[in-house]
Design a protein around this ligand. Structure first.
Ligand SMILES: Cc1cc2nc3c(=O)[nH]c(=O)nc-3n(C[C@H](O)[C@H](O)[C@H](O)COP(=O)(O)OP(=O)(O)OC[C@H]3O[C@@H](n4cnc5c(N)ncnc54)[C@H](O)[C@@H]3O)c2cc1C
Length: 290
């Protein structure tokens, strides 16, 4: 299919981009274009005007403060993979990025585009959910910060208003002992969409007791979700095989696959059990940072 006619606007500043989004009816942002161009070619999405936000300085960079890591929305998956800040503070996210598509797509695809699309199989969403990330949205009316868990509403649906840009994603620096793990199950080992994604972030004390547990799933429900009951079942307990198996069974209850994909419940349970066991082992060795 050929592309329909559309106009491209290339604002130089965030302010200019927000003005266009507020004034031009039917204008839509584009970053890497790896989703939007595919949808436009397929005819499922037909914005009259696209606003190129890929080069906006305010949407770039990965920064660390005393307490937080902040990732600009137009940061590509490839840039996240190369970031020493994320390698130090958020290996769960780096692991998610390393299983993302292929090198060509990773060079263009952005974290903002991935979260705004809110596909059930988003790879960055479950990793960022375990980091308790927040997104920052901007419009001509001002800024607002929203927990990622509230931002993602349903399959391909978020609370973003049509005149808002996602500016950045941020999360508190995990404790130095917190240990993250991520696994994607797809039909191939590389360049495939997830059939199931699992991300975990565990922390514990020197006695082997779990002090914090975060577990998130993608592609096993309409949108990425936290498995809160499974998390609660671990906190305060020794990370024994029995406690891990019980939490994995609870995690499967947080999944809601489509009819015909019930096998995903068993995949979630098995992957959660495996990743929790790996993270628990890493914790006994002093943790490896998120
Ligand atoms: C071959 C192929 C393989 C893929 N593999 C994977 C994979 O393994 N894992 C995975 O998760 N995804 C995958 N995807 C999907 C896609 O690459 C990602 O979702 C990507 O992160 C989208 O980012 P983008 O910058 O290209 O978004 P775009 O296509 O530019 O935009 C997507 C949507 O987000 C909006 N948007 C973009 N940036 C902003 C912003 N800053 N503020 C507000 N709205 C914004 C756009 O208006 C549009 O609605 C794949 C796609 C292809 C074509």
């Amino acid at each position: 299919m050929s592309l329909p006619q559309f106009e491209v606007q290339q604002p130089q500043t965030l302010g200019e981009a927000l003005k266009i989004l507020s004034e031009v009816k039917g204008a839509e942002p584009i970053a890497g274009g790896t989703n939007l161009m595919v949808d436009m070619r397929a005819g499922t999405h037909q914005p009259r005007v696209v606003v190129d936000v890929a080069a906006l300085r305010d949407l770039h960079g990965i920064e660390v403060t005393d307490t937080e890591v902040i990732i600009g929305a137009a940061t590509t998956i490839a840039e996240m993979l190369e970031s020493p800040i994320l390698a130090k503070h958020a290996t769960v996210l780096v692991k998610a990025c390393s299983s993302f598509a292929n090198a060509l797509i990773r060079n263009r695809a952005t974290v903002g585009g991935n979260l705004v699309t809110a596909a059930p199989c988003s790879d960055t969403a479950p990793a960022l959910l375990t980091l308790d990330a927040e997104v920052k949205l901007a419009s001509v009316r001002g800024m607002r910060r929203v927990p990622l868990e509230k931002f993602l509403v349903n399959a391909f649906s978020t609370i973003r208003r049509s005149d808002e840009l996602l500016v950045s994603v941020r999360f508190r620096i995990p404790s130095a002992t917190a240990t993250g793990a991520f696994r994607k199950m797809g039909l191939r080992k590389v360049s495939c969409m997830a059939k199931v994604d699992v991300a975990v972030l565990l922390d514990g004390d020197t006695t082997g007791r779990c002090t914090s547990a975060r577990i998130a799933l993608a592609a096993a429900s309409p949108v990425a979700v936290r498995a809160r009951a499974a998390e609660a079942a671990l906190v305060g307990k020794a990370l024994t095989p029995e406690a891990i198996a019980a939490a994995a069974a609870l995690a499967a209850k947080a999944a809601a696959p489509r009819a015909g994909s019930e096998y995903k419940l068993r995949v979630v349970e098995a992957l959660v059990r495996r990743l929790l066991a790996e993270a628990a082992l890493a914790l006994t060795r002093g943790g490896s940072n998120a």
